[in-house]
Ligand binder design. Structure first.
Ligand SMILES: CC(C)(COP(=O)(O)OP(=O)(O)OC[C@H]1O[C@@H](n2cnc3c(N)ncnc32)[C@H](O)[C@@H]1OP(=O)(O)O)[C@@H](O)C(=O)NCCC(=O)NCCS
Length: 211
């Protein structure tokens, strides 16, 4: 495998997570253009879903290329495409800096709106967190959600995160939004219903400097 992260595949029952590759873009772009949240809401730190279909398409691809191109042991973001029963439903990520020292990272996720409310968001976050603790030596994981994002906060609660303070951020132009920070350890993780199966971990560990 020329790009070691591409060898990774994490499965848990009907869920499969694999690093976003260019072949995923047609489906991922269509999913994002069909809507990830109501138009008046903004769950993301950077409002990449606001704008025309063309803007969403370009931002999505450029974001993923940029994250992939910048991966190194010092700083990385593992962006995975999530499939449920083989169907692409959204993305689950983990981002970190100085991981070899900090052993922590921040989870982020989204699903196409038609897949909301079926427990998939909880299962994919549980799967990524279990993977990080079991296979990449994580000691703690974090998340953050705006106070007006009850679905994300409910997922965090169900996965086992505890609240870890709030802070004020600029969200859209001229808009202050309160962000709730959350933290999780392996002791409090509510593990996924189905055991994890993984492929490509030794190559990924070596690539990230985890020897
Ligand atoms: C956040 C997200 C990934 C959650 O995925 P999901 O599959 O819908 O989540 P689940 O079905 O596993 O769980 C959702 C929980 O939120 C709860 N919830 C949803 N909307 C709610 C609301 N308006 N008020 C209170 N609770 C709400 C549901 O009841 C459920 O909890 P329960 O199982 O205890 O009843 C999805 O909603 C999403 O993609 N949102 C847009 C992007 C986003 O917000 N990303 C996270 C940025 S921090």
């Amino acid at each position: 495998m020329l790009w070691p992260p591409f060898g990774l595949k994490i499965t848990s029952g009907p869920l499969a997570l694999s690093p976003v590759c260019d072949a995923d873009f047609p489906e991922l772009v269509a999913l994002a253009q069909a809507g990830i949240h109501a138009p008046d809401e903004m769950p993301f730190y950077f409002p990449w879903t606001a704008g025309t279909a063309h803007e969403v398409q370009m931002r999505l691809m450029q974001y993923h290329w940029a994250q992939r191109a910048a991966m190194s042991p010092a700083s990385w973001s593992l962006e995975t495409a999530v499939r449920f029963d083989g169907e692409l439903v959204g993305c689950q990520s983990i981002s970190t800096k100085d991981y070899l020292v900090t052993k922590t990272g921040e989870t982020g996720s989204w699903l196409g709106m038609k897949y909301h409310g079926r427990g998939i968001g909880t299962a994919m976050r549980q799967t990524m967190c279990a993977f990080m603790f079991d296979h990449l030596d994580a000691e703690e994981l974090s998340s953050g959600a705006f106070a007006d994002n009850p679905a994300s906060l409910a997922v965090s609660r169900k996965v086992g995160y505890r609240e870890n303070g709030v802070f004020r951020l600029k969200r859209r132009d001229g808009e202050m939004a309160v962000n709730q920070k959350l933290v999780l350890t392996s002791e409090t993780l509510n593990r996924p219903k189905d055991d994890l199966k993984v492929e490509g971990v030794p190559q990924l560990r070596a690539f990230l400097g985890l020897t």
